[in-house]
Design a protein around this ligand. Sequence first.
Ligand code: MYA
Ligand code: JJ1
Length: 400
Amino acid sequence: KHSFWESQPVKQFSEEQNSETVEEGPVQVNQDAKGVRETGYALPGGYEWCDCDISSAEGAEEVYTLLSENYVEDDDNMFRFNYSSHFLSWALQPPGFKPFWHVGVRVIKSKKLVAFISAIPAKIRVGKNSPKGKDGVSMVEINFLCVHKKLRTKRLAPVLIREITRRVNLFDIWQASYTAGVIIPTPLATCRYFHRSLNPKKLIEVGFSKLGKRMTLSRTIKLHKLPQKTSTPGLRRMSKEDAPQVLELLNAYLAQFDLACLFQSVDEVEHWFLPRENVIYTYVVDAGEGKDGKRKITDIMSFYSLPSTIIGNEHHKELRAAFSYYNIANTASLKSLMEDALICARDENFDVFNALDIMQNAEFMKDLKFGIGDGHLQYYLYNWKVKKALTPQQVGLVLL
Ligand code: MYA
Ligand code: JJ1
């Protein structure tokens, strides 16, 4: 049934689910990078590989155009993710990124970009007690796999996946993490999307949400009304000086989860968290000056901007969605910190605030009037086996 995935070093559907005996680790022993083939996999005639140059405005725009027309849609094809070129430029160029891992497929004649897949480096910890439980494993995160609509179901995706695997293996990396909306062998965790209306009128007009039974529009608007101002004392936008403390807070907080990223440096935290308009929004709770004369940071709240194109609506072209990123409530309650996230997102003109049921997110969703979405997000590992699947609450990793 899954001729490609059955050939790959991933847990197979046929393998027993709850086997206490399995040793956590690689499915296939890590090889020698010297043995990795040096040439690209064969593409169908008329197509060629390229490294996309995300660092240039034109290169980023090219990938943007492919994705904006051909990337992920919801089950009813009403909305399509519309990552901005600035967002892609951020998401694909963290410390240690490689253009060699921004893999495109072009039509040789026209040079038109028709497919894409990317990898970025990340240190990932799986489980708390495994041998690698402390230091994590050097992996890549795979994202933005896309084949042009006109080239679908021709088995091009397996070629892209084999090619990115080869290009990652050449750097002596043998594991990867990725998420998808579809089920393939075999999910590590199955998570759900939840949504909080910020602009109920527009959401209803575009079919993102429906009026509840015995509800009017004005009643719905009133129900979703948020306070004028945030309530957490000391809440402000993150600045560069906060990065060392944010690094410490993140790694300490993420230690409780069974799947998490280990942030490696202040540089990495600056990259992933410093606010960028229409890309990433990070706020910290500033508790004032400590004895050392430096400002002390206690809490973190963050979300990223991932709009969707509204397919075939006369009046509205774009849905502005904020997606919950990493939130750490040490002094505030998580609920009040996240209510402030909703207020900040509303003030930045987002129409909806989305969150997965990962980490502690289930704790605040009911009180803050989130509703369950129709979308699922499956988490996967490539070439790494675990004893048991994880619950969403055990997941401490957000992929963009
Ligand atoms: S998830 C987002 C994926 N993108 C989209 O959904 C955008 C819209 N869709 C498309 O562009 C196409 O439909 C895609 C498939 C490209 C998805 N992940 O070429 P095909 C398998 C993995 O005939 P197409 C993200 O970006 C499918 O089960 N495999 O199909 C993370 C079948 O295999 P099998 C997938 O529809 C990506 C085969 O492909 C996915 O034309 C992580 C069919 O190929 C999927 N989302 O193209 C990738 N969808 O027969 C894995 C379908 O076995 C990374 N398939 O069932 C693995 C780690 C690699 C690095 C390792 C380093 C060490
Ligand atoms: O956004 C999603 N669903 C929305 C719109 C559904 C439109 C009809 N299909 C949804 N809306 C209901 C919201 C409502 C608000 C008030 C409270 C009650 C709920 O459910 C879904 C997520 O739920 N999104 C998708 O399906 C997009 C794809 C998700 C998979 C992403 C894979 C990414 C892989 C990248 O690595």
